[in-house]
Design a protein around this ligand. Structure first.
Ligand code: COA
Ligand code: AMP
Length: 636
């Protein structure tokens, strides 16, 4: 057996022994004696009686071990022309004082705190300060609109909201304070205080419940870490599901810390003192795991980048950062490289930089499409690694485990299941699919440490969304197959979730927003292929009988509505008013068929279709408006 196979087999056959060994990677206040236990619904719980604090493990512990002067953070912000180096000691002190500030506002263990911040070091300080107190943070991505923020405020019921006064995008300053004020106005739950980190690019006016970050910190004491139990929640991170209400994924503390520490070595091949750069955002799971927590748990330096792959100032930005900070492992989404390739197809800008420090490139967030894989593989001398994971799992489910054994890569495959993840492919009858046969990708229980432990405030939803479809297995929502060599290929979602520029969004949620417009009788939102962003949403709308308004004006209103309710990140920019939608005789809209037409594929007439001419109508409407590749689609 290869080293990988040995380690994988041990993790599946003897999970308790395997994870008890990995638990030694982090410092405990009280080491766990119970490694694996189950809750009353038979979901795995890890390290239930261990006591620790992830802030202690990632900061204080390293300072105590002599790493105090090493850089914890390299902050690089081309959009504000700023850079900063923060040592482990400075970071620990900032966090300890900000934790004191939160304590003075009444934040205690178990309280929730919502964080709405751009890519500034203070976002990490805020997250770690919550962890230090045992409070549960919930970071909301800056591209979400007030309505989405309000949904999260009502669900998480935070005692305090922490925000920056503004975000800075390419050539524009986005004031965050009006978004916070509007969200709090829309929500039923009222946080008792709001802390604003003032930025020079856009200073916010403060109201009676608002506090200035700097003033609060001045009055605060250094505050120690509060011990928490292994299974206590560290954070809630909302993600799109198939309905309008996002799911609050709950992450525990110790299992997460152990899994991240293990992954930094087994997958990312990182040693203490080395530099890790993940070009994501703290608002997404990749940011939580591989910008904020994992690099510091491992004693590495994390690069916090407030910029884009292109236009800040050009498509050489990532190469510059890799050279400047001597990055060893670099992680981003394929869409970022599609943007770079579009602006600099021959990678001329790479010639200006020495990126020899980089030993591997990691991509995730969406499938690494073979053309982008080949472009990178031809360009770089290092392995190009596609790895697959989701908000729910918190760390990679399938990857090329370089730290255990580097395996040959295959275009289009995320390589092999990571130790701990018993991945299987099931067909509709819940039977194991043969190699090369596509099915539902599931993970056999127990899920390894680090994965979600529930949906916030809704235990039933955890069960119905993930565990009910195939008893004994966690449903990933992705379709895929194993090849004859055991390589896993993830082919896309089997539900209404779409992936826009590596961001997960729900077409179901967009349909709820569009369908709520008084002039709309019925609608379908589908995700269609896009060269740059992977997928983009398109709305198809039937107006109510008697609608005699301007169709173009209605389309504009619907676009504005989605932007206002969900946010610019939904990239909802195309709506078509149509007379009919193709449906089955039982009234189900044939969304897959609509997607095939928009993607320019051949399509057949399903036997279940109610009115075949409706299909022709929609295809004509799409062709006329040049939707996707619909001009190429052909009926067969
Ligand atoms: N705060 C507020 N608004 C934001 C935002 C933020 N943090 N991030 C994005 N937005 C807005 C943008 O301003 C834009 O608004 P607009 O419609 O007014 O222009 C909209 O959301 C879409 O943004 P984006 O997806 O960034 O599109 P883009 O065309 O500006 O950039 C890419 C395209 C490919 C460069 C960009 O999507 C990208 O960098 N993707 C990588 C994503 C990534 O790393 N994902 C990690 C998941 S692992
Ligand atoms: P998120 O929860 O936002 O991280 O999105 C998770 C979803 O993104 C997964 O369920 C997949 O559909 C998709 N995804 C992420 N990484 C990959 C990958 N490497 N290959 C294929 N799909 C991916």
């Amino acid at each position: 057996m290869s080293r990988y196979q040995q380690e994988f087999t041990r993790s599946i056959e003897q999970p308790e022994t395997f994870w008890a060994e990995q638990a030694k990677r982090i410092p405990w206040f009280t080491p766990p004696s119970t490694i694996l236990s189950y809750d009353d619904q038979q979901h795995a719980r890890w390290f239930a009686d261990g006591e620790m604090n992830i802030c202690h493990a990632a900061l204080d512990h390293h300072v105590d071990q002599g790493r105090g002067d090493q850089a914890a953070i390299y902050w690089d912000s081309p959009v504000t022309q700023s850079k900063k180096v923060i040592s482990y000691r400075e970071m620990r002190d900032q966090v300890a004082h900000f934790a004191g500030a939160l304590k003075n506002l009444g934040v205690e263990k178990g309280d929730r705190v919502i964080i709405y911040m751009p890519m500034v070091p203070e976002a990490l300080v805020a997250m770690y300060a919550c962890a230090r107190l045992g409070a549960v943070h919930s970071v909301v991505f800056g591209g979400f609109a007030p309505h989405e923020l309000a949904i999260r405020i009502d669900d998480a019921k935070p005692k305090v909201v922490i925000a920056a006064s503004c975000g800075v995008e390419v050539n524009k300053v986005l004031p965050y304070k009006p978004i916070i004020d509007d969200a709090i106005k829309q929500s039923t739950h009222q946080p008792s205080a709001c802390v604003i980190f003032q930025r020079d690019q856009g200073v916010a006016e403060l109201g009676p419940k608002d506090h200035d970050w700097a003033e609060l910190v001045k009055a605060a004491d250094f505050t120690d870490c509060v011990p928490v139990m292994g299974t206590d929640p560290l954070y809630i991170l909302y993600t799109s599901g198939t309905t309008g209400k996002p799911k609050g994924v709950v992450r525990d503390t110790a299992g997460y810390a152990v899994a991240l520490a293990y992954s930094m070595e087994a997958i990312y091949d990182m040693a203490p003192g080395e530099v890790f750069f993940s070009a994501s955002d703290v608002g997404w799971v990749v940011g939580h795991s591989y910008i904020v927590y994992a690099p510091l748990l491992r004693g590495c330096t994390t690069v916090v980048y407030e910029g884009k792959p292109v236009k800040t100032p050009d498509a050489g930005a990532f190469w510059r950062l890799i050279e400047e900070y001597k990055v060893k492992s670099f992680f981003t989404a394929p869409t970022a490289f599609r943007a770079i390739k579009k602006e600099d197809p021959d990678a001329k800008l790479l010639e200006q930089y020495d990126i020899s420090s980089m030993k591997a490139l990691y991509l995730a967030g969406e499938r690494l499409d073979p053309p982008t894989f080949h472009w990178l593989d031809d360009l770089l001398d290092v392995p190009v690694i596609d790895h697959w994971w989701q908000t729910e799992t918190g760390w990679p489910i399938a990857a090329n485990p370089r730290g255990i054994e580097a395996m040959p890569t295959k275009a289009g495959s995320a390589t092999v299941p990571v130790p701990g993840f018993n991945v299987q492919i099931l067909d509709r009858e819940a039977e194991q699919a043969e190699p090369m046969t596509q099915g539902s990708v599931v993970i056999k229980q127990p899920l390894p440490p680090g994965c979600l432990v529930g949906v916030w405030g809704d235990p039933q939803r955890f069960h119905s969304a993930y565990m009910a479809a195939f008893p004994g297995y966690y449903l990933t929502g992705d379709g895929g197959f194993f090849d004859e060599d055991g390589y896993l290929f993830i082919m896309g979602r089997t539900d209404d979730v779409i992936n826009i520029a590596g961001h997960r969004l729900s077409t179901g949620e967009m349909e709820e927003v569009v369908g709520a417009h008084p002039a709309v009788a019925e609608c379908a939102v589908i995700g269609i292929h896009d060269e740059l962003k992977g997928q983009l949403p398109v709305g198809l709308v039937i107006p109510k009988d008697g609608f005699d308004g301007d169709e173009a004006a209605l389309e504009k209103e619907l676009i504005a509505l989605v932007r206002d309710q969900i946010g610019p990140i939904a990239c909802f920019k195309q709506v078509l008013v149509v007379n009919r939608l193709p449906k089955t005789r039982s009234g189900k809209i044939l969304r897959k068929l609509l997607r095939n037409i928009a993607d320019g594929k051949e399509y057949g007439l399903p036997s279940t279709i109610d009115d075949p001419s409706s299909l022709q109508d929609v295809h004509d409407a799409m062709r006329e408006r040049d939707v996707g590749s619909s001009t190429k689609a052909q009926p067969i």
